[in-house]
Design a binder for this molecule. Structure first.
Ligand code: FAD
Ligand code: NAI
Length: 467
């Protein structure tokens, strides 16, 4: 018992030491070396998973590094669905990019702007300040020696009219904010004096399109919010809330094992989330969608809130580059790269993460590993230039498993084990889900804030005030 007490004490002292070191470190960035004109310049496009993983690992003793992104922060997307209902606050999963760049040995330049064009011949990019406030210069060109594209992807709409106008996406901070506001607007309007019963039904019908992990996790978070909070604070509306998930394929979560698909669908059934499979959205209007159901009938579904999560498509910048070098870029689904992450047809341009089209799924896991890999490639290039004998090997992905939250404190996990796969689901998996995400966060600050938010929402409930 005494030994156990000692271990606990040592653990507590170690944890406190680690926390103090992290806090001190964060608040006292290193003095950095300036840009060195004799070094090559690497320009990184983006501040998401791929870019930040690359930035954290690139050795700035070897290169000048510049980052261009319209977002001056990194966003921990796996917890974004939790922000749509206030389980977690958005700022808890955002990390200012300067908290990362200020800890490099050499100054890293950051421009909050969008790259609008890449010219692989002149090795320059065009950048535009897209913020509302502008100085006297808001467009310019920047030269690069190496370019790393980590610009992510856009929301897939299949060019369907009405989607951008009436639906909410779930990719960025502003998407989560918009969903949270619209949801509360629907609830308050449903409670408006003398509201017509059919309007109450429509306003409180939340429809999610796309049964991939984004749609499933959003529906799960929404269910928890309805059960834990909205039904308590709006008892007069409690029996009117409805959630429907629309999926074109025969089942949700096609990337998970069949037993976890069944487990998810039965959990959704218990939670009264209606899942319409083999049902494809064909039209989107302001108050209803039209779907082709499993029997090939065109059916109208009225909604109050519509969340659209039907996957990714290339961003305009990626499409523009692909059009410039169309002889080498033969897939419309993303930038083609070789196994060294080099963009086909554009020398010294590399691409990682969701902007690429490859055999890998567009996940944070892949983007992170590609960012790490690319930093090691640049390390080897620098060593080779110094005359050392280094070999650059192709990228190899190591799958760590798939996880998803499915509501009511349950999660599912497909985990690689020996040469096979273990599929687990339930409350214990949910605890595992939380611990994995906490340990995968890029900073101690984010971990601290997220754990605080979880405790806050458990103790006081989620905030139902409209933002
Ligand atoms: P992103 O992280 O999207 O970053 C792209 C960056 O490029 C952004 O900073 C953007 O502002 C910037 N940018 C855009 N256009 C330009 C431009 N023209 N010029 C310069 N910069 C530009 N994956 C998992 O593995 N596990 C999960 O649990 C998981 N959960 C998710 C939950 C949600 C709700 C979502 C939406 C995705 C989730 N994903 C998850 C997928 C994961 O977020 C993506 O695969 C990952 O973000 C891809 O990283 P990336 O660096 O390619 O792109
Ligand atoms: P997705 O591409 O995985 O799923 C989109 C779904 O929408 C598909 O199942 C598709 O059949 C359906 N769909 C398309 N058009 C439709 C229509 N008109 N009507 C009805 N259904 C339609 O997209 P998602 O979920 O946005 O995920 C994108 C990427 O991010 C994936 O690689 C995913 O693995 C990853 N991700 C991972 C998470 C996790 O690991 N927990 C969480 C969220 C995303």
């Amino acid at each position: 018992l005494r030994a156990l007490k000692r271990v606990v004490q040592l653990g507590a002292v170690g944890g406190l030491g680690y926390a103090s070191y992290e806090i001190y470190n964060k608040r006292h960035p290193l003095e950095q070396k300036p840009f060195d004109p004799k070094k090559r310049t690497v320009v990184v496009l983006g501040s998401g998973w791929g870019a930040v993983s690359f930035l954290k690992s690139i050795n700035t003793d070897d290169y000048n590094v510049m980052v261009v992104s319209p977002r001056n922060y990194f966003l921990f997307t796996p917890l974004l669905p939790s922000c749509t209902v206030g389980t977690i606050e958005l700022r808890s999963i955002m990390e200012p990019i300067r908290f990362i760049t200020q800890h490099k040995s050499r100054n890293v330049k950051f421009y909050e702007s969008e790259c609008t064009d890449i010219d692989p011949e002149s090795k320059t990019i065009s950048i535009t300040d897209v913020s509302d406030i502008k100085g006297s210069v808001s467009n310019t060109t920047v030269p690069y020696d190496y370019l790393v594209m980590a610009i992510g992807a856009d929301n897939q709409t299949f060019g369907m009219k009405g989607v951008k106008e009436f639906a909410c996406f779930l990719k960025e901070v502003w998407d989560a904010q918009k969903i949270r506001t619209r949801l509360m607007d629907c609830v308050e309007s449903a409670g408006f004096a003398k509201q017509a019963p059919e309007e109450v039904d429509r306003l409180l019908h939340m429809v999610v399109v796309g049964g991939g992990p984004t749609g499933v996790e959003y529906a799960a978070e929404l269910h928890d919010f309805l059960k834990d909070d909205l039904e308590v604070w709006y008892p007069e509306l409690a029996d009117k809330f409805r959630i429907t998930l629309v999926e074109a394929l025969p089942n949700v979560l096609p990337m998970f094992s069949s037993q976890l698909i069944q487990y998810t669908e039965s959990t959704f059934k218990q939670n009264k989330i209606e899942v319409l499979t083999k049902t494809m959205v064909k039209e989107v209007a302001d108050k209803e969608i039209k779907v082709m159901d499993a029997n090939k009938n065109l059916v109208s579904i009225p909604y109050g809130l519509l969340v659209w999560a039907t996957g990714n498509c290339p961003r305009p910048l990626a499409r523009k580059l692909m059009a410039r070098i169309k002889e080498s870029q033969t897939s419309p689904r993303g930038v083609l790269v070789d196994e060294y992450m080099r963009v086909a047809g554009a020398p010294d341009v590399y691409a990682i993460g969701d902007c690429t089209f490859s055999k890998y799924a567009p996940t944070a896991q892949v983007a992170t590993q590609q960012g790490l890999y690319l930093a090691s490639v640049f390390d080897n290039l620098a060593r080779i230039e110094e005359g050392q004998n280094k070999k650059i090997t192709p990228f190899e992905y190591s799958h760590q498993g798939s996880l998803a939250y499915i509501g009511s404190d349950k999660a599912i996990a497909d985990l690689p084990f020996l040469n096979g796969n273990v599929s687990v689901g339930g409350v214990a998996t949910y605890v595992f889900w939380r611990s994995v995400y906490i340990s995968n966060m890029f900073s101690f600050r984010n971990r601290f804030l997220v754990v605080g938010d979880w405790m806050k929402s458990k103790v006081f409930g989620r905030d139902v005030s409209r933002e």
